[in-house]
Design a protein around this ligand. Structure first.
Ligand code: GDP
Length: 328
């Protein structure tokens, strides 16, 4: 079951598959649009491109603001380019609902990498678009794969739900940490560490001893966590994004992860599960949208909310009434 593609978009797909940069930017702009007619076109374009996707290594990277994500991705990206690989960087910015501001920052990031012909950096899409930002980034990732990128880096910031989103769309999830005493346990408490397939203590150049101690302590504490895969023991590494120390070792470890998971059949299995979860997320989001805009539901909703708030009827009864009123 696929959607028919318009002639203009067929031309766009052809240009994109040929690796044309303008086509890439145009395709991503289309999938980021929330206008319903654009969504339909975007779906048809994605269906057209789908056979050409799946070839990249999808790497998720997270860490608190200031841990050195931009610096790391710049150094890491340049290393990959030196090896002849093409690199795309996407960002998921869980912008603060209070300030509306961007946490990843609007400053020019990864200046060197962004000037390279074989690299593509896409700033995070606007908030509040249909299906959520994670959904758009997933589609942007597929577009980049069709355009021939070998490695897709998806970056997010160490707060909120965005880690789960990124870990759920990538082959491997790398967590950057600061070597400050006590941070290990913070990470465990927040539930972020248990998503990590690889942990890296960055800024090890500042105080190498502190970094070694932090890495050692975390390694010892890792057994408290459920492993991300039975086939993989989470390594705890040290690096300095600004001097470049440890970056090559991280790339080696990432490749080792990929080989190990592939051999165990777990690499493809993770992608299959992710595609299923993605489908369910889209169905849930779509259902909720249809529910909220359904005439009978809209007519009954204000009173139901009021009665629930006033304690005049139980939310369970009111929810049943609303669901019964919803005949798609
Ligand atoms: P982000 O907010 O996680 O993207 O962090 P940035 O990459 O913007 O880095 C925050 C600050 O830390 C910048 O001033 C960087 O130059 C600095 N920084 C990043 N990595 C290192 C590192 O490995 N060692 C040192 N000494 N400084 C670093």
């Amino acid at each position: 079951m696929t959607m028919a593609i318009e002639p203009d978009d067929e031309a766009l797909a052809t240009a994109l598959l040929a690796g044309q940069r303008r086509a890439l930017a145009k395709a991503i702009t289309l999938i980021e649009s929330s206008r319903p007619e654009h969504r339909l076109r975007a779906h048809a374009l994605l269906d057209r491109l789908l056979p050409h996707t799946g070839g990249a290594f999808r790497i998720g990277i997270s860490g608190v603001p200031g841990v050195g994500k931009s610096t790391f991705i710049e150094a890491f990206g340049m290393l990959l380019l030196e090896q002849g690989l093409r690199v795309a960087v996407l960002a998921i910015d869980p912008s603060s609902p209070l300030t509306g501001g961007s946490i990843l920052g609007d400053k020019t990031r990864m200046e060197r990498l962004s000037q390279q012909e074989q690299a593509y950096i896409r700033p995070s899409p606007a908030r509040g678009a249909l299906g959520g930002v994670g959904h758009q980034s997933r589609e942007a990732m597929l577009i980049c794969e069709a355009a021939g990128f070998d490695v897709i880096i998806v970056e997010t910031v160490g707060v909120g739900q965005s880690e789960t989103t990124v870990a759920g769309m990538c082959d491997v999830f790398l967590l950057l940490q600061l070597p400050n005493a006590g941070d290990e346990l913070q990470g465990i408490k927040k539930g972020i560490l248990e998503l990590a397939d690889i942990v890296v203590y960055n800024k090890a150049d500042i105080d190498p001893r502190a970094a070694a101690i932090a890495a050692g302590q975390l390694k010892a504490a890792m057994h408290m966590l459920r492993p991300t895969s039975p086939h993989w023991q989470v390594p705890v590494l040290q690096a300095s994004a600004s001097t470049g120390a440890g970056i090559a070792e991280i790339w080696t470890t990432l490749q080792h992860y990929k080989d190990t998971m592939r051999q165990a059949g777990a690499f493809e299995e993770r992608r299959r599960r992710q595609a299923e979860t993605w489908l369910w997320n889209l169905v849930e989001t779509g259902l909720l949208e249809r529910f909220r805009s359904h005439d009978a539901v809209r007519a009954a909703l204000p009173q139901a909310l009021q009665q629930a708030a006033a304690g005049q009827a139980s939310p369970a009864t009111l929810a049943t009434l609303l669901l019964d009123a919803f005949r798609p």
